[in-house]
Structure formats: structure tokens, C-alpha cells
Design a protein around this ligand. Sequence first.
Ligand code: ADP
Length: 268
Amino acid sequence: MTLTAGVDMGSTATKAVVLLDGRIAGTDARPTGSDPEQAGELALKTALDAASARIDDVERVVSTGYGRRTLGLADEAINEINANARGAVWLGSSLGRVRTIIDIGGQDSKVIALDPDGVIRDFAMNDKCAAGTGKFLEVIAQLLEVKVEDLGSLSAQSSRPAAIASTCVVFAQSEVVGLIARKVPRPDIVAGIHRAIASRVVNMARRVGVEPVVVFDGGPAKNEGLRAALEAELGLQVFVPARPQLVVALGAALVAADMVGGGGEEVG
Ligand code: ADP
């Protein structure tokens, strides 16, 4: 029996995945808040509880993400680009070779280009500007007084997506205030925001080159409208795993399993 765990210490959310003999046995996701280490410990404990396991049973814990070095319980800390690639290739293996990963997080976005054999060829990252991140969606959801979880279904009702000219969140925010004042329907505003984010992320993706199979992960990948906007902008189908926010933590748990010789089976 091989039990390993991955903890993704993101800037916005902390996620944990426990793997038992290469199968997902427990997971957790919670806000990172002001104490990343505590969030990591709690996420790990909750995922272990779900797997009916204790920390002493775990052969290796690998942390990743922005706050990875703060988790004292971790045996190893790895870069989130590597963890993301490992998780996405594993989950996407039933679709063919994963060649592009688009990861939109709470405060950054990344594009990872892979060789046909799954080795990282190049990557691009935006962590300087909130446009193209989950933060942008949160700001807009707040302005429109809707939950971020409901943006996807709202945008599906749009018939004329609003044009958003600003490439900066602060200015886009004022633009949205203006659209609300002009009584532009909320679905059209949200669809316009999805387009604006997709356009920004796809510009970054084109710099590293986009090849199918494309995987879209990170919390905002739960937003179906954003996935549709990315597909329209790319002119390609985009695959979203069942639990896109957990892909990086899963990748870390898989790397932990590789280290102890209990690598996960390919899915599908
Ligand atoms: P990070 O790893 O950078 O902390 P995540 O990949 O965990 O970020 O994503 C966090 C973001 O996911 C938040 O900004 C939040 O808005 C978004 N998010 C979380 N759940 C949902 C959902 N159900 N629908 C849309 N967006 C979501």
C-alpha cells in the first residue's frame, strides 16, 4: 500500500490530494487566508480524514504552489509548473497527448507547453496584472452582486456580449460600472468579461505555442462560460478535468508517489 499526498499552497486557495496506490482517496480545498501553513495543514488533515488515513501513514508529502516552503509537514517542495504538468497529463491521458495547459489561478495565470512525450518545452506566466486571473472574476461578481460560481450560467444567457476595452482590471471595473448604469444586461457584461480574460490568456498562450490536446485547470476553470470563451478565442476544443482546481495538488501527490516508487496509474 502506497499512500502519498500533494498540497498546493495557492495564493487564494489551498488544496490537498491524498493518493492511495495511485487512486485519489481524499481531497480538500479551502481559502488560504492569512496563515498559509495552517491552511495547508488543515487541507491535508481533511483530505487524510476523507481517505480514513493518518499523517503517520503517509510515505511522502510534496508541497507546491506559491506558499510551498511554508508547509513544515512537507518532505519536499516542488515548482507548481512541474506539478501542474504531472497532474494534467495524468488526467488528460484518455484524450491523447496533452500538449498545452492553461492554468488560471486566483492571482496569476500560466500557460505550459509540453512535448509530445509530456516534457515541459516552455511556459509563460502572468503574475503582475489581475486581468486574466480569478481575481478579475471576483471583482466583477461583487460589482454585479452575484456569486463567482454563477458567472458561467449567467454568461450562457448572453445574446450580445459587451465590448470591454480596458486591459486593466481597475479601468475595466469603471467600465463595468458604466455598463451597469446604462442597463446593459448582466449576462452580456459577464460574457464580455469572459471574452476579455480569454483574449488576454490566449495572447500569452500564443507566445509559447498552442497545440491540442489543451487542458484548462485552476479554480476559474469551473466556469463554463470562461471555457467557452477560451475555445472561441483559440478555435480549439479545451478539456476541463472534473475537478480542475485540484490538478496541481494531484500532480504533487503523483510526484510524491513517483519518489517512493508507487507512481499513479494513468486514468481512462
Ligand atoms: P490559486 O491556486 O492561485 O490560489 P485557484 O486555482 O485555487 O487559485 O483558483 C482560485 C480562484 O478560483 C478564485 O479566484 C475563485 O474566484 C475561482 N473559483 C473557485 N471556485 C469557482 C467556481 N465554482 N466557479 C468559478 N470560479 C471559481
